[in-house]
Design a protein. Structure first.
Length: 185
């Protein structure tokens, strides 16, 4: 009881004041109100609170770093397929007429090798490369061959005769891609 009286005397009054959760009304004197709750929030402002930086704090995201990918870049693999097929096409043209069995074997073999050597994310590059590589080799063969002329019938003939080679190479690249996709899991 004495503690209550000493508190009352310190507060400057005899009877205890009722505690209210309402903020102080405007124009009211400090003796007319009492509030022990949290401080009222200021209205939203684009200005930062005093002592705070205006920039938002950077988000911290948990990123898992991907393991480094082993293998050759897709473009480098396609370049290797092109060079091997070009060399085989040159040997095929020297030994016979046009692009034949040696070119087909080189195209399929180098495509399979590139499929195993490139990074997994570059497998699609190797899968679509054989027709483009064969067209490039055929164009170089036509330009460099002394007996061939660069004309539409010549190009059409080489592409029609080379369709089985392109199809076999794309099929082999798809098989390699599927094997690598299954072995990843």
């Amino acid at each position: 009881m004495r503690a209550e009286r000493s508190q009352r005397s310190d507060l400057g009054g005899g009877a205890p004041r009722p505690r209210s959760a309402a903020p102080r009304p405007r124009g009211a004197e400090p003796d007319d109100w009492s509030y022990d709750g949290p401080a009222p929030r200021a209205p939203y402002s684009s200005r930062p609170a005093p002592g705070r930086d205006a920039r938002p704090a950077p988000r911290r995201t948990a990123r898992r770093s991907a393991p480094p990918q082993r293998g050759v870049a897709g473009a480098l693999g396609v370049l290797g397929v092109f060079l091997v097929t070009l060399a085989a096409g040159a040997a095929d043209s020297y030994l016979g007429t046009g692009l034949g069995l040696i070119t087909t074997i080189a195209l399929v073999g180098s495509t399979v090798a590139a499929g195993f050597l490139v990074r997994r994310r570059d497998l699609a590059t190797v899968v679509v490369a054989p027709p483009l590589v064969f067209v490039g080799v055929a164009l170089v063969n036509i330009v460099l061959a002394p007996s061939a002329t660069l004309s539409l019938p010549t190009i059409a003939t080489l592409l029609i005769r080379g369709f089985p080679a392109m199809a076999i190479a794309v099929g082999a690249a798809l098989v390699v891609a599927l094997v690598r996709a299954v072995s990843r899991r």
